[in-house]
Design a protein around this ligand. Structure first.
Ligand SMILES: NC(=O)c1ccc[n+]([C@@H]2O[C@H](COP(=O)([O-])OP(=O)(O)OC[C@H]3O[C@@H](n4cnc5c(N)ncnc54)[C@H](OP(=O)(O)O)[C@@H]3O)[C@@H](O)[C@H]2O)c1
Length: 324
C-alpha cells in the first residue's frame, strides 16, 4: 500500500483515534492529517467542508464521537444524538464531496437490540428495541452505518467510493478515561483498586452480583482491526457483507464475569484486600458478547489477552497520573 497516502484521522486525541494514529505510523504511513476539536468542530458543516476542500485527504478514519457512560447518556440525550449525527453526516458527506474514496466509520455494539440473541451477529441489527438508556446514541451510530451504505449504493460505482463500518465491543487500554464517575468499567475499577491499595483499604465493594458477563478488547487490537478492514480488497469485503448490512463486528471473541474481571484487576494492581458485592445494585444485561466470526473468517484475530491488556492499562493509568 502507498505509504504516502494522505489519511485523515478524526478524533486523533481520543483513545481509539490515537491508537489508530500509532498503528498507522508503525506501519510506515507518514502523511497523517489531524485536527483537534478546538481547531475543527466536526458539528460545524461549513468548517468541515472547508477542511476537506483544503486538505483533500485520500482516506478517512472516523473515530470522533461524543462518547460517555450510562449516566451521561441519560443526562444529555439531546447532545448525544445531535452531535453524533452532525459529525457523521458532515464528515461522510464532505469526504464524498472532496473525492475521498475510502472511509472507515467506527460505531459501537450498542447498535444491537437489547434482547438480541447472544453472541450478537451483524444480522441482529434493526431486529428489535434498543436499550433505552443509550437509544439516542445508538440511533446516531446506526445512522452512521446507513450513511456509509447509502453513499456506497448511490455513488459506489459512479465515483468508485468504498465506505466501511466496524462495530467495536467494549475497549480499554492506553489513553483511556479514568475519571472517577464518568468512565467505563475497566478504567473505573483500575482507579478504585489502585486508590484502595494506596490507602490500605481492607475492602472494595463492587456494584451488583458480579455475575454479568462482558467482553473486552485491548484498544491496540481495535486499531489493528480497523487498518485490517480498511485494507481488505473490495471483492473480499463485498463477498462477506451485503449492501444493506455492511458493518463488521470487532470483538475479543469471549467474555468474562465482572467478578473474574475484578479479581484480575486486583491481582494486576497488587491489591490484597477483600472484594465484596453490593447485590442490591442493578446488574444490567446478564451477557453482552459480540459474534466476531465474520472478521475471523476474513483472517483477523486479536493478539492481546485480558491479563496482558490489564497490565498495559495499569501502566497507562500510572503514567498518566504522575506515578513513575
Ligand atoms: N471506548 C470504548 O469502549 C468504545 C467502545 C465501542 C465503540 N467505541 C467507538 O470508538 C469511537 C472513539 O471512541 P473513544 O473511546 O476513542 O472516544 P474518546 O476517547 O472520547 O474520543 C473521541 C474523540 O472525538 C473528539 N470529538 C468529540 N466531539 C467532537 C467534535 N464536535 N469535533 C471534533 N472532535 C470531536 C474528541 O475530542 P475532545 O475530547 O477534544 O472533545 C475525542 O478526541 C467512538 O465512535 C465510539 O463510539 C468506543
Amino acid at each position: 500500500m502507498n505509504k504516502y497516502l494522505k489519511i485523515y484521522v478524526a478524533g486523533h486525541r481520543g483513545m481509539v483515534g490515537s491508537a489508530i494514529v500509532r498503528q498507522l505510523r508503525a506501519k510506515g504511513f507518514s502523511n497523517i492529517v489531524t485536527r483537534t476539536h478546538a481547531e475543527l468542530d466536526l458539528c460545524n458543516q461549513q468548517a468541515v467542508a472547508n477542511f476537506f476542500k483544503d486538505e483533500k485527504p485520500e482516506q478517512v478514519y472516523l473515530a470522533a464521537a461524543k462518547v460517555g457512560g450510562i449516566q451521561a447518556n441519560i443526562t444529555y440525550p439531546a447532545e448525544f444524538i445531535y452531535q453524533n449525527l452532525m459529525m457523521e453526516a458532515n464528515v461522510i458527506h464532505q469526504a464524498f464531496n472532496a473525492g475521498v474514496k475510502k472511509l472507515l466509520f467506527l460505531g459501537s455494539s450498542c447498535i444491537y437490540p437489547k434482547m438480541a440473541s447472544q453472541p450478537m451477529a451483524e444480522d441482529a441489527l434493526l431486529t428489535g428495541k434498543l436499550e433505552a438508556t443509550n437509544e439516542p446514541y445508538a440511533i446516531a451510530k446506526i445512522a452512521g452505518i446507513k450513511l456509509c451504505e447509502s453513499y456506497n449504493r448511490q455513488y459506489g460505482q459512479s465515483h468508485s467510493i468504498d465506505y466501511r463500518s466496524v462495530m467495536p465491543t467494549n475497549l480499554y487500554g492506553y489513553g483511556d478515561n479514568y475519571h472517577p464517575e464518568n468512565s467505563h468499567v475497566i478504567p473505573a475499577l483500575i482507579r478504585r483498586f489502585h486508590e484502595a491499595k494506596e490507602s490500605n483499604l481492607g475492602e472494595v465493594i463492587i456494584w451488583g452480583t458480579g455475575t454479568p458477563m462482558r467482553e473486552f478488547l485491548y484498544v491496540d487490537d481495535m486499531a489493528e482491526a480497523s487498518l485490517f478492514v480498511m485494507a481488505l480488497d473490495k471483492s473480499t469485503y463485498d463477498q462477506h457483507t451485503k449492501p444493506m448490512q455492511s458493518h463488521i463486528n470487532v470483538g475479543y471473541g469471549s467474555d468474562i464475569t465482572i467478578a473474574e474481571l475484578s479479581r484480575l484487576i486486583a491481582e494486576t494492581i497488587g491489591y490484597q484486600g477483600k472484594i465484596t458485592y453490593d447485590t442490591i445494585k442493578p446488574d444490567g444485561a446478564p451477557k453482552k458478547l459480540m459474534n466476531s466470526d465474520l472478521l475471523k473468517t476474513m483472517g483477523w484475530n486479536p493478539k492481546v489477552n485480558i491479563v496482558d491488556g490489564l497490565t498495559y492499562a495499569y501502566r497507562d493509568f500510572l503514567d498518566s497520573h504522575g506515578y513513575k
